[in-house]
Design a protein around this ligand. Sequence first.
Ligand SMILES: [Zn+2]
Length: 472
Amino acid sequence: MTKSVQSCGVYARISSDEGTALGVARQIEDCTAEASRRGWPLGEVFTDNDVSATRTKKRPAYERMLHAIEHRTIDAVVVWDVDRLTRTPAELERFIGLADSHGLALASVGGEVDLATPQGRLTARIKGSVARHEVEQMSRRLKRKFQENAKAGKSHGVMPFGYRREPILDENGRQIGTCDAIVEAEAEAIRELYARAIAGDTLRYLAKYLNESGFKTGQGNAFIGNVVGNMLRKPRYAGHRTHAGQIIGKGDWEPIISQDTYDQAMAVLTAPGRRHSGGMEPKHLLSGIALCGRCGGTLRPNMYKLLPDGTYLRSNYACKDCMRLTRQMAPVDEVVNAVMVARLSRPDTVLDLSEKPEALASAISSRAAILARMDTAADDYADGTITARQMARVNERLKISLAEAEGQVLRFQPVRILDGMTGAGAAAAWESATINRKREIIRQLATITILPSGPGIRFSPEQVKIEWKVSA
Ligand SMILES: [Zn+2]
């Protein structure tokens, strides 16, 4: 100390990040005693309640103190320890700079920290980085605790539709944990959703089903397609525990659907050509499906003059690529409907849609093997046999193989879209199927081309060319 202090500030901060939480009152008492021992007149006491020691949290009292230093209302600061003062190296450097330019004296209880000398700065920096290290330790401890929960299969986070969280009590009635129990009415709806998704219903339609059944989202809102899609993609319904978007093992809750159901639904939801269904719900049987016999383009609906009863005077399929093919909708639909029913009714029909059971089985077992290796790596990390970095490296490699295996599992899924649609009841089933399901079945089974008609020739069924994608 080279000059006499005119007015000193005391800075105290409480934070709950350390086990030995030091009360603010105790800090102020000790600092005031230290100031008077040094003969420093007490100016102002600054106190922050900084329970989470993160960088983003503002410390209003600390900012006020910096302001006081800048305006030379105080020319010294007493703190209990330097780690009370700054929380990050950047904060410390800013403080050192300020102390430099204003000739500030700094004292901590039990020792003077002279920021004007290299040794004093080093001490402050070391203490600062120790404090920073403590913060990192804390977040590591939390992460570790979270990982342990994940590993034990414990549920965490927002309660998903279909489950409710219930306390687990010991014999004395004390809560020792929680478990997720199935809400049967919601679970029933979830099973229905998966079945409908597998049958080819659009997400928008599934949302409508939930809303009409009187269900609400966790926030009390109506369901929309994207929300339902995200819901169905949750591996937790098949009993999987995920961490950072990755399956890491079995959950300790009861699954609502089987792994097979989950895989089948994912195969449908991720199928190419499905993306457009997020927008407008298709109203016409063959729009975007039937092809133009002149140019190979896709036919679109072309509607003329809306009538008071909500129908159109004329509804056509038209090619907007060559503009040279237009056909009335109703007769074309009629032909396609009749041919589809006939095809689906045939008792000898074997609609083996490129089902490959061996390929599927092998993809499923290689996926299981990769997940098991990930489990082992997580165990080794929890046991301390490998470091977090090693675990990350192992997972990085395995993630690529997992994505590959996952793709194969989806590729070789049996097609369930025809379940309940074939045989004796085919006509009735077709009649009551949604337009989405019909479109999906047509898309899977056939290529439909509308052939050009000669001049003056009226519609005839031969103009609708139907080629089967599947051999019977
Ligand atoms: Zn065309």
